[in-house]
Design a protein around this ligand. Sequence first.
Ligand SMILES: Cc1cc2nc3c(=O)[nH]c(=O)nc-3n(C[C@H](O)[C@H](O)[C@H](O)COP(=O)(O)O)c2cc1C
Length: 144
Amino acid sequence: MSKALVAYATRTGETRRIGELIAEGMRFSAFDVDVVDAKNIKKENDLEGYDAYIFGSATYHGEMMQSMKTLLFLTEKIDLENKVGGSFGAFGWSGEAPDRIYDTMKNLFKMDMVGGSLRLKKSSLGGGIKMAQDYGREITKKIG
Ligand SMILES: Cc1cc2nc3c(=O)[nH]c(=O)nc-3n(C[C@H](O)[C@H](O)[C@H](O)COP(=O)(O)O)c2cc1C
């Protein structure tokens, strides 16, 4: 069974909900998915052994949250080249965080990224539930 890690940084829970929906979409395809708060990933070992990595953060003051920055610095220490990746996040108006995470995973970690990041204002609005589940499915298809 393929394994995926969904790691999120959130202040009020919306980004966690999106992460859980992405995981749901992956579980439809029989993936084993861990959904973890970025704050709880403390050592390189916690990041090893997955086939796909999906990282998400809410945007505050035009930036990703500190716990996601810290996670990206930790991730730099392990080799994720050609592993499948995606990024996501809740936002209010500008939503920079998901694209910043995506670019780091693509350019620095040389990961095999899905088509783009998933940015949602609210998972519960405007078809957000389906969009998040579909994003999860898209990632599973890349692994096959
Ligand atoms: C003080 C503050 C600053 C924010 N700054 C931004 C911002 O720069 N860009 C943006 O798109 N949304 C911004 N937001 C909106 C949040 O990204 C939005 O509420 C999001 O749903 C929060 O996600 P979370 O529940 O995962 O923390 C801000 C919200 C607050 C309270």
